[in-house]
Design a protein. Structure first.
Length: 217
């Protein structure tokens, strides 16, 4: 609805105000749901929150780029070669929003964990340890995106070219999703530096119980 309003009216000021309001609500909810005090303090930092959200968006976009290579083969395969038509072929795009949301959430949690590990004044030992952890976390986040996307797409193929039994279909789908997740996770390790960054220090950390999160400076 926000994007529709922007496209129709071109009112960027109103769009930015709505976007900031939504981000403030999401930030407050994230702080409330986070059980770890250190993570709460990081989430309360507006600049750290934005860094985490941007990392999540970039990670999910990177995964989508990798997934697009797969979909450029999958969609024509079922639409043309298998003869199901473009409407059926385009149904493989339906899992994209779910995979996007899952992947973005995983990348955000990875970024938060990296900032928590480094702390306010990271030593060389902390940086080295966090670097290795970041490689694993970036693999996990990339794997989650790729697995979710391909597993759901593979389930769609059940309605077109079903396996003899549901169990066989699920095992076959999980196999392909694991392969896709491994490729996506391996490629995702290139983004490890993004989630191995410390929290921005341009603004002081607010107390986790702050009630000013929805206000803009």
């Amino acid at each position: 609805m926000m994007l529709t309003h922007l496209l129709v009216t071109g009112d960027t000021d109103q769009y930015n105000a709505w976007r900031d309001r939504v981000e403030g609500i999401l930030q407050a909810e994230a702080i409330d749901e986070e059980p770890d005090p250190e993570a709460k303090a990081i989430l309360a930092n507006k600049h750290a929150w934005r860094q985490m959200r941007e990392t999540g968006k970039l990670g999910a976009l990177y995964g989508l780029g990798i997934g697009s290579l797969w979909m450029t083969m999958l969609i024509p395969l079922y639409a043309i070669e298998h003869g199901f038509g473009w409407l059926a072929g385009l149904s493989f795009l339906l899992p994209v929003p779910i995979a996007w949301r899952t992947g973005r959430r995983l990348w955000e949690r990875a970024a938060l964990a990296g900032m928590r590990d480094l702390g306010r004044r990271p030593s060389l030992k902390k940086r080295v340890r966090t670097m290795f952890r970041s490689v694993f976390r970036s693999f996990s986040a990339g794997f989650g995106f790729g697995f979710t996307l391909v597993f759901l797409q593979a389930l769609i193929t059940w309605f077109m070219t079903p396996a003899p039994t549901l169990l066989q279909e699920l095992l076959w789908d999980a196999y392909h999703a694991t392969l896709a997740g491994t490729v996506s996770g391996t490629m995702g390790m290139m983004l490890a530096p993004l989630i191995g960054r410390s929290a921005p220090t341009s603004a002081p950390l607010l107390p986790p119980s702050t009630t000013l999160l929805l206000d803009e400076d």
